[in-house]
Structures are given as structure tokens and as C-alpha cells.
Ligand binder design. Structure first.
Ligand SMILES: [Zn+2]
Length: 248
């Protein structure tokens, strides 16, 4: 049977059968792979370490008719502190769920998204930055990478320049910010400060993500709007969206 050696981060896992686990492993080369880990939930089985959510491993996988199972692995990073803090756990889960839902959306540049996820999890895990700021920064940068960046400098309907506007709204269904003339009754108000914060976050490099420190009112305004925008473009509900909504 052919073996495949690949770096990957576990972005989703589920128990199945008596002792097994099914993983979704996000890899730089192949995007998301479904991988089974046989017997890992048996007492004393050391394969359990590679089957935990967020585990970053070098996996050696068996491939059989397009299905993968773990042959061996070397754990590079467990991101263990994420499991000990509700806010960090919720934000890290949100980043992983976003990658999971985007993985069936066409041309995902896996290597760029992988690097972004690695940095986001590392900073959420090991820095004192507000984990929501990192999750929001990750979300907008991931959307940009996936080709779903919201319109921010011009109105998503009429194209009018928003950079000098003092008032704007945001509409997920129209794909971004709207000028006050185009905004309808159901569109959400967005402050000039929040718009500028998103513009700046999307320009950052992976290693610069920890520079993001959002004012509380911007964080509060951006969070529901970001979750809704992600759900609209990915056409799926984010389970973690509700959880992170409780952190603010
Ligand atoms: Zn307009």
C-alpha cells in the first residue's frame, strides 16, 4: 500500500465504531483530507495524541482506494493551552471550522491558508492578545485568500468611494459595505473605524497578526457581522459562531 508523508493540522474529529476516530486533517499540499485512526480510543493507545483537535503532526498515511488512515505520526505541536481556556478554545475552533467549511469551496490555496491557520492557532494559544481579535483577523484574511473579501473601500452596490464617508452600512448579501444612499432598512450600520480596521487586517502578513488590537466597540461591532458574512459566502452555518458571540 502506498504511504504518504504530510504535515497537517486536525481541524475536526469525530468518534466512530468502538475505538476509532475520523479526522479532517488540513494539509498545505492537499487541502483537507479525511483520515481514520484505528483503535486510538483504546486505553493506552498512543495514537490518541494525533487524533485531538488542533494537533499539528507530520503524518505518515496509508492510502487505499482514495481513503487514508494513520500509519504513524510525529507530534509537532499539540496547542494544549487552547483546551484550558474557554475563549481561546472557542476562537481556535472558529478558525478551524472556517477552514473546514471552506475546504469544499473550489480553488483553496492550501499552503497560504495552512500557514495562516498555524499562526492564528499559535498566537491564540501562546500570547495574551485578545483571541477574538486574532479570530477576526484570521477570518478576513482567510476570506481574502479564498476570493471572498468583502468590498470595503467602495459601495458594494453603486461603487461610490467610501473612504471619505462618515456613515456606512454593511450587507452580507450584497458583499460588503454600502454607502448611506444604497443602505436599506435591514442593513447593519458599520462605523468608519471598523471599516478601517478590517482594511488594515487584510493587509497584514501572517507573522503580523498579533499586532491587531481592536478597540472594544470595533470588536463588538465586527463580530456578528463577520460571522454572518462568513456564513453567507460559504453558504453554511458556523456552529462556533454562536459560541464566540458569547465572548464579547
Ligand atoms: Zn452606494
Amino acid at each position: 500500500m502506498p504511504l504518504l508523508t504530510v504535515d497537517g493540522i486536525v481541524i475536526k474529529n469525530a468518534d466512530y465504531k468502538e475505538n476509532d476516530r475520523m479526522l479532517t486533517v488540513f494539509t498545505p499540499e492537499y487541502g483537507a483530507l479525511g483520515v481514520s485512526v484505528k483503535g486510538c480510543r483504546k486505553k493506552g493507545n498512543t495514537n490518541i495524541a494525533c487524533s485531538e483537535i488542533f494537533s499539528f503532526c507530520e503524518f505518515v498515511l496509508f492510502e487505499n482506494k482514495g481513503k487514508y488512515s494513520v500509519n504513524s505520526f510525529s507530534l509537532k505541536e499539540a496547542f494544549y493551552p487552547l483546551r484550558e481556556d474557554f475563549d481561546k478554545l472557542s476562537c481556535a475552533s472558529f478558525c478551524c471550522e472556517l477552514v473546514y467549511l471552506s475546504s469544499d469551496h473550489g480553488n483553496v490555496k492550501s499552503d497560504a491558508l495552512f500557514s495562516m491557520l498555524y499562526y492564528a492557532l499559535s498566537y491564540i494559544c501562546y500570547t495574551d492578545n485578545n483571541p477574538l481579535d486574532l479570530a477576526l483577523c484570521f477570518a478576513f484574511r482567510a476570506l481574502l485568500e479564498l476570493g471572498y473579501a468583502p468590498s470595503l473601500t467602495s459601495c458594494a452596490i453603486c461603487g461610490g468611494d467610501l473612504r471619505q464617508s462618515t456613515k456606512a452600512a454593511f450587507s452580507s448579501t450584497h458583499g460588503g459595505a454600502l454607502c448611506s444612499k444604497c443602505a436599506g432598512g435591514f442593513d447593519v450600520h458599520i462605523s468608519v473605524l471598523s471599516l478601517e480596521a478590517v482594511r488594515r487586517m487584510m493587509k497584514l502578513q501572517d507573522s503580523e497578526m498579533r499586532k491587531v488590537v481592536l478597540p472594544p466597540e470595533v470588536r463588538e461591532e465586527l463580530l456578528p457581522l463577520t460571522v454572518e458574512f462568513c456564513e453567507t459566502v460559504l453558504e453554511r452555518k458556523l456552529k462556533s459562531g454562536k459560541t464566540i458571540g458569547k465572548i464579547v
